[in-house]
Design a binder for this molecule. Structure first.
Ligand code: HEM
Length: 274
């Protein structure tokens, strides 16, 4: 309905009104930020909004330019939406798996302790010294499969892909689920198994079928940032704490809640300083 009559749907009551309200909230939030940037014009551009505003100014006489305020606001909203809940949800899954598999958590602790001085400031480079920890993070991204059907895309022209005809305008959802659980590529697809990313000598190995960020021209724009954030947060947390279930709690629910991304059920854990 929305594709056919976008303007009409704004006048109908229903659950979609909630989505519109969230959308308006995000746009207003970013618009306020843009206005603050315009008011407090810095000498040198400091961030994306500053650069974008400068680009709008530079291309204002070019009728073909796509640099305008609407596109800028949408770009910032996309980055906020794509860049926050994805990484934090992956971290929630990672801690849940550490509680569920204490022997894996124990191995991460031992590796961090052996490789890093307690006062060492952890950086992304340290992943080379921590192959097992790095493998645990990769396995979390694979196994939690948070972006199970990627992001919807629209086919721009009539296309034939491996014999399948796809008409211009068709909406496509990449089935990443089928890749990260593909039995031809993963030894134990349905088991949390960091060894998927380790060779026999314990060295980290990447896998062709590791595609939680998808692939191709529209691959996740924030992949590198997500990798860095996950490594630094996870390693710092595991260096500082042992994670356990709260006293008296015996069950761990590792089923997901279906949504735009797959979330774990809310859970509590104990973070015991090490
Ligand atoms: C664990 C973390 C993350 C996962 C699993 C993830 C996954 C994905 C996936 C599967 C897509 C769709 C790619 C496609 O359509 O083929 C995507 C798109 C995107 N992601 Fe991420 N993402 C993560 C973190 C981030 C972060 C930190 C940012 C930004 C700071 C970000 C920004 C974006 C943007 C802007 C797009 C759309 C790219 C485009 O349309 O060209 N993502 N992401």
């Amino acid at each position: 309905m929305y594709d056919a009559f976008p303007w009409l749907m704004h006048h109908f009551p229903g659950p979609h009104q909630e989505v519109f309200a969230f959308n308006d909230f995000m746009h207003n939030l970013v618009m306020n930020e843009v206005q603050t940037h315009e008011r407090e014009k810095a000498g040198d551009p400091q961030d994306l909004i500053d650069f974008y505003l400068a680009q709008i100014e530079k291309t204002k006489d070019d009728p073909t330019s796509t640099f305008n305020k609407d596109n800028m606001v949408q770009t910032v909203v996309d980055l906020l939406l794509g860049g926050t809940e994805t990484t934090s949800t992956t971290l929630l899954w990672a801690l849940l798996y550490m509680v569920k598999y204490p022997e894996i958590q124990e191995r991460v602790h031992r590796e961090i302790e052996a490789a890093l001085e307690p006062s060492h400031l952890i950086s992304y480079q340290d992943r080379k010294k921590l192959p097992y920890t790095n493998a645990v993070i990769h396995e979390t991204l694979r196994y939690s499969n948070i972006t199970s059907v990627g992001v919807p895309r629209q086919c721009m022209r009539n296309t034939t892909l491996m014999g399948f005809h796809i008409k211009k305008g068709t909406l496509l959802l990449p089935n990443l689920h089928s890749v990260v659980y593909d039995a031809e590529h993963w030894e134990t697809p349905w088991k949390f198994n960091p060894n998927h990313f380790l060779d026999l000598d314990g060295n980290f190995v990447n896998k062709e079928a590791f595609l939680p960020f998808s692939a191709g021209h529209r691959v996740c724009l924030g992949e590198q940032m997500a990798r860095v954030e996950l490594f630094i947060f996870f390693t710092n947390l595991l260096r500082a704490f042992t994670f356990q279930l709260p006293e008296g709690v015996k069950e761990i629910n590792t089923e997901y809640i279906l949504g735009a991304i797959l979330q774990p059920h809310p859970y509590k854990l104990r973070a015991i300083p090490r």
